[in-house]
Design a protein around this ligand. Sequence first.
Ligand SMILES: Cc1cc2nc3c(=O)[nH]c(=O)nc-3n(C[C@H](O)[C@H](O)[C@H](O)COP(=O)(O)OP(=O)(O)OC[C@H]3O[C@@H](n4cnc5c(N)ncnc54)[C@H](O)[C@@H]3O)c2cc1C
Length: 409
Amino acid sequence: MKIAIVGAGLTGLSCALELRDYNPTIFECHDVGGLLASYGRKGYRIEKFYHHFFRWDHDLLNMIKRLGLSSKVVWKIAKTGFAIDGKIYPLNTPLEILRYPHLSLMDKIRLARFTLKSRKRDYTIEDDRGVVEGIREELGENLLQKFFMPLLKAKFGENYERVSYAWLLARVAIRSNRKLSGEELGYLRRGFWQLVDRMAEGLNIIRKPVENIGYFNKKYHIHGMEFDAVVWTAPLPLLDPKIANNLNLPSISYQSSICALVGCEKPLSDLYWINVDNAIFGAVIEHTNFMPFEDYGEHLIYLASYTTPDSELFRMSEKNLANLYLKDLERLGMKRRDVKWIKIFKAKYSAPIYEKGYLKKIVPYRTNLKGFYLAGMFSKPNYPERSMNGSIKAGIEVAKALKADFDLS
Ligand SMILES: Cc1cc2nc3c(=O)[nH]c(=O)nc-3n(C[C@H](O)[C@H](O)[C@H](O)COP(=O)(O)OP(=O)(O)OC[C@H]3O[C@@H](n4cnc5c(N)ncnc54)[C@H](O)[C@@H]3O)c2cc1C
């Protein structure tokens, strides 16, 4: 039985581990680890894109345990805040929330009730309703403009109006389980590269892009090799049209990410996550307010934006982007002399856009081509949020479907 897996992100790697007895061949065109790949500085490695996990990420936590990394797991309350007009407001304790000046007491009560109720609601019935319309009707204009709009823009960039209300309800429900002091987040001390390295150990990874997939004599043909089955885990728009046209695939729109990673002499705040209104980036993530400064020897800050692959921002040179990001970081109070270095990372396909009607588009693992499987950010475990956990789960589940179809143990 010969199996090919396209993509060595978390979906591809976890699928390969589940099929290890059959020595699958993995094709990877860029970084092993995909969106979870790391960047090496002198003395440490750090994710190109910020990452953390949650208590309910059982598939990820099981994988960490299985690979002997549980002792590295760290849980911490992550302090968050909002930056409006250049001023940062911490929003963690009930007192801080009460003091926040941009929402009325009535808005705060309405928001608390909405959050508590969210866990009991059937969000699927709201899939054809737009998020802006849903918030406006249920929570009012002020909460929409002063609270949700900056969050939506931070999460979806210019695509926020396309998103469904179902997505918001599902997302609030999974994130509503907070402690009074804030939300507890997990991290793998000294970096997720340890997880990626352990997952990839001993796997047969060929560093080549898969652009053409032939199918004849009941076999799939990739780079001159023959396969009985193929698992595609890369973004759907990159799938060979010869195959894609036979699969009746829904058209899924992707968004792109830009993350600036900044090394600084000083921290900007004492918060981990700050949602920012009216800046080139939607969030500031101060990694060294979450993990110890001593692990890195410098303060590390991510500035994160979401956009579309064809936007002017995404096409801008790294130098111009770095200038824009630093200018807005200064507006928040960071002095240019305290910035040691800045590095820009871009991901063209960084997440599906959970637009209206998305629930009908979720792609099943099995296709109408025998032996051809699809799993990744577009699979069910990655709704309402694509995540490390969702991709590991999708990788394991698609491997199980393949084993069942071919009577493999
Ligand atoms: C900015 C950002 C922040 C995030 N933060 C978090 C977080 O805090 N917590 C969390 O749980 N998740 C987070 N995620 C999501 C998480 O990183 C992803 O859900 C997960 O890593 C996706 O894994 P994947 O294997 O499904 O996809 P990918 O990582 O995209 O892997 C697909 C792989 O396929 C390869 N490939 C593409 N085309 C081809 C081809 N033609 N031939 C061969 N190989 C190909 C790619 O190079 C890539 O390695 C974040 C993502 C981003 C972008």
